[in-house]
Design a binder for this molecule. Sequence first.
Ligand code: BTN
Length: 232
Amino acid sequence: MSRFYSLVWLEEVSSTQDWLKEKSINCVVVARRQTKGRGRYGRSWHSDEGGLYFSFPLTENFKDEQTLPLVIALSVCQMLEDYGFLASIKWVNDVYIGGKKICGILVEKTKDRTLIGIGLNVNQKRFTDDLQATSLLLVSGREYHLADVLLKLLDRIDKNLDLLKERGFQVLREEIKKRLLFLGEEVVLYTDPPTVGILTDLSPEGYLVLMTAQGEKKVVSGNITLRGTMLS
Ligand code: BTN
């Protein structure tokens, strides 16, 4: 049986992530709109009607739990491939199509659960330029049924979580590497001061491996961009 057996669909909520935190209910919660959608680093997540916004809790123990964001990003890519899109993973939590962000993933630990929040741009017709975002509608010119997309994505996530739990990250690592944005390219990691290096690998722990002027560095967290661009 799928771990996603109960689902609440709301018209509007501040944030599906916060709803789950407050309610302590174990279900998938989806909202047509969010008034205070949150992203990583305290950023807000634009949540107008047309996008798919949902969160779910995980209460199990996973092998290689730190790789959860990558495993979810892989599931998003695979689901998008099933629809005919070519999507890439921007380490560690984002999915891109054609150089623009289509999906963001938020992973938050509470005392007894891991809350996963996903924002996928589906039927939005426009974004402000500063967001450098796109939607399935903007890429393909057609609208998608949000419930279909959600169910297909949950199915992919469920299967990949089973693999992670039973066999660990290694079985998924190659699939993630195949879809990793900037592999073999020169990137900037926003540390203080910024680190520049060639992205050479994804380590067995899910860390980025950079070849820098000072030698090989493993990066545990942070935000990367392609050197010389504003793509973030
Ligand atoms: C990011 O790219 O920084 C992560 C964005 C995560 C957005 C989703 S939308 C559903 C869930 N509820 C929220 O408030 N945030 C996540």
